[in-house]
Design a protein around this ligand. Structure first.
Ligand code: ADP
Ligand code: MG
Length: 254
């Protein structure tokens, strides 16, 4: 068997995202180092790893915010390595950043209308906005200004905005950063509801309890490389994974 053959029987599963030798250098630092990554359609994958492992940089290579030093990105069966970020969005890729990017002065509903109207108009747009308000539980607070929302609600609004264009792939970079335990748990439920809508999700997450709650599979990144991949059970039982986290324990993450 050649190295390209899959060891599993699921060789017919469709890949929504695939990177081949993906590498990003910043001067002398290799932030993402020769990453071969595969994400089958419909999966909820968590990407974890210590601070500085290259998780955010990897997501930025996928969205086109950074161009790779070398390697390729395939999305939905096509090589998109040279495409601009907006072309990737148009093809069905959506990203929620770590930083808040709602329109603070607009209402919750207006924030959802902006991205929804990129692909829908009239009653269809109105219906989709209603659905999204319902998914994030903000229907009765639609007239509140986004800037006045609590941190957790604001994050959920952003996730809904990212879903407004019916993406095939949703990328979430630390969606629970700064959230309470309760908000984190609710975010997990929200993310699982989105999977039921048919979107494939790749989420960078530092809270291992949330990873346990939601992940189909986990990819561990360390020093820019894929350290290991597996089910949550496999990953959390892995002594080498514990070791790379313990090495960073003083920073209080993981
Ligand atoms: P993570 O999200 O896993 O914490 P990052 O992808 O943010 O890690 O960063 C990986 C490494 O790349 C870190 O050492 C970081 O300092 C470096 N890095 C990230 N972005 C840049 C940049 N724009 N310029 C230079 N170095 C960067
Ligand atoms: Mg990061």
């Amino acid at each position: 068997m050649t190295s390209r053959e899959q060891p599993t029987s699921e060789t017919d599963e469709r890949l929504i995202l695939e990177t081949d030798g993906l590498t990003k250098r910043f001067g002398g630092l290799t932030a993402v180092d020769d990453v071969d990554f595969e994400l089958p359609e419909g999966e909820l994958r968590c990407l974890i790893g210590p601070n500085g492992a290259g998780k955010s940089t990897f997501l930025k290579l996928v969205t086109g915010a950074h161009s790779p030093t070398s390697g390729t990105v395939r999305f939905d069966g096509e090589d998109i390595t040279g495409l601009e970020p907006h072309d990737r969005v148009r093809r069905g890729m959506s990203l929620k950043f770590q930083q808040i990017s709602t329109y603070q002065a607009l209402t919750v509903e207006q924030n959802l209308r902006v991205p929804t109207q990129r692909i829908r108009s009239g009653q269809e747009a109105t219906d989709r906005v209603e659905e999204l308000l319902d998914i994030i539980g903000l229907s009765d607070r639609r007239t509140e200004r986004a800037g006045s929302l609590a941190h957790g609600d604001q994050q959920w609004l952003e996730i809904a905005m990212a879903m407004a264009t019916d993406p095939k792939l949703l990328l979430l970079d630390e969606p629970t950063a700064g959230m309470t335990v309760e908000e984190t748990q609710e975010t997990g439920e929200l993310i699982q509801d989105l999977v039921d809508e048919g979107v494939t999700i790749l989420v960078v997450e530092h809270d291992i309890n949330l990873v346990r709650q939601i992940a189909d599979r986990v990819t561990v990144l360390h020093q820019g490389r894929i350290f290991t991949e597996g089910t949550v059970e496999e990953i959390t039982a892995d002594e080498d994974v514990k070791r790379i986290y313990l090495g960073k324990a003083a920073e209080g993450s993981a």
